[in-house]
Write a protein that binds this ligand. Sequence first.
Ligand code: S3P
Length: 158
Amino acid sequence: MKQLYLIGFMGSGKTTVGRSIKEQYGIDYIDLDEAIEGRLHKRIVDIFKEEGEEAFRTYETETLKALKTTPIIATGGGIIERSENISYMKENGIIIYLKTSFDTIKLRLTRDQSRPLWKDEKQNKALFDKRNKIYEYSAGYIVHCDNRTTKEIIEEIV
Ligand code: S3P
């Protein structure tokens, strides 16, 4: 079975889109961050604080590969930080990039405290620009998400 991987920057709507596809079409979905937290019984912020980003990336890769039967996976924004994850997703399914502008993301995450890598404006923008290129070349499909409803985005994906 081919899986569908939703990729995109923090706050691009991967979880919302995955959850809505499940609700509307009854297709099972899992949020990779939630799966990691469930496996480790630890919150993402605590994993970063106590074990660091590299340890988190290893859990992320292991969990991605362990979820073989779930049709839709909403990944974390940093899934493309390891090229082995990109190769794995390309081999096993279809990658959809939920492309959202930096300005939209900034509005959504202004007061967000749950994301360890959402820092000051300069660092956020640099990370966004670096990753946007990687999302673009990794994805089989790019769905533009600015000024569109979840319903419209889902219809395009389906
Ligand atoms: C991360 C994004 C987060 C989460 C972790 C690291 C990143 O997921 O995996 O905080 O490196 O961009 P979301 O994209 O769901 O916020």
